[in-house]
Design a protein around this ligand. Structure first.
Ligand SMILES: [Zn+2]
Length: 94
């Protein structure tokens, strides 16, 4: 299995795909490199990562459901999500 050239961490499939474009760096090392080149110091990078984790926790706490789930306690209805699909549009092609 491939390893990151900077931290030596074994990389999974997504990290290996990322490493092809970032000189063999894993995702976390390439992201840290972008932050450093943007002029952020370690404390600012840590603060930004903390805020990202907090935001992700809030996003993951949102439960998407349908009205057919009667036993859920709905505290707030944010928005209704809809979608339409049209399959088989080329079935009448001659
Ligand atoms: Zn790495």
């Amino acid at each position: 299995m491939a390893e990151c050239v900077e931290c030596g961490k074994e990389m999974g499939f997504v990290d290996r795909q990322n490493a092809k474009g970032y000189r063999g760096l894993c995702r976390s090392c390439s992201e840290k490199g972008r932050n450093v080149s943007a002029g952020l110091d370690d404390k600012t990078i840590e603060q930004v990562n903390f805020e990202k984790r907090e935001l992700n926790l809030k996003i993951e706490a949102i439960l998407l459901t349908t009205e057919t789930a009667p036993n859920l306690n709905i505290t707030e209805r944010i928005e209704i999500v809809t979608a339409e699909c049209a399959f088989g549009m080329n079935i009448f092609k001659v």
